[in-house]
Design a protein around this ligand. Sequence first.
Ligand code: AMP
Ligand code: ZN
Ligand code: FE
Ligand code: FE
Length: 277
Amino acid sequence: MAQVDLHLHTTASDGRLTPTQLIDLVARKGLRVVAVTDHDSTEGLEEAFRAASAYPDLEVIPGIELSTDVPRNEIHILGYFIDRHDQRLQQTLVRFREGREGRAKRMVEKLAAMGVYVDWERVKEIANGAAIGRPHIAQAMVEKGYIQKPQDAFNGYIGRNDPAYAEREKLVPAEAIKFIQEAGGVAVLAHPAELPDLEATARELKAAGLVGMEVYYAFYTPEKISELLDIANRCGLLPCGGSDYHALGTPGELQPGDMGPPLDVVAKLKGLVKERR
Ligand code: AMP
Ligand code: ZN
Ligand code: FE
Ligand code: FE
């Protein structure tokens, strides 16, 4: 069990726990430092900080997760210590969330063309004001009995190379890094294991301002972690990570703190934030 978990989602995006429920859970588990990293949204942070004020031994880092475009693939960039009151940050996030909504609607239409009828209104209801994502559509598909579990939607329906997948406006990774920096934060490469040419990409993004990459991530094996740790060290990137908890309730789902970096990484991240400011 880790003391730190730097990758957690709430109902502000596609997680199933409210920020308060998440913070109560991580406090109960004895975690010392957590980052709330919703997709394209900081809307959960206020509530998370409020909930955390009941737990003096728990530190909450304001975070975000941005999806970025690379040819034939997608790279997720985490931002830590961002200033959620930054107006430009919020304006851009609103635009991203609008993009998510239009794109989710297109996916629902494409599903209908495949004979899979989910109700757009129901998808909106499930998202309940959050940054809308594919897991919300997946849940609507489960409800209608088209699939057994949300994961199945990513296999033949709305997975990246599936027929009902739709794109939206995204930044390229270097733009996302700059965007996070401009909001006062530092950028970290998320779940990098699947990326082709990881080391070259990591070096390139480090040159663009990246400060860390996830090494201690969710389901990564000890072998994978040690391989990623070597790459992070060679590239001069801080080894970060976390559970990427969404509270989906699926069997075997990792819980907050089941994976995470050592505590000293947090101080190092803070040092880099100070340096930048
Ligand atoms: P979106 O942001 O709409 O592109 O949806 C991406 C989110 O869907 C990820 O953050 C995960 O929560 C979830 N997701 C992506 N791929 C899978 C998968 N193969 N199985 C289950 N969930 C997935
Ligand atoms: Zn997610
Ligand atoms: Fe991600
Ligand atoms: Fe995530």
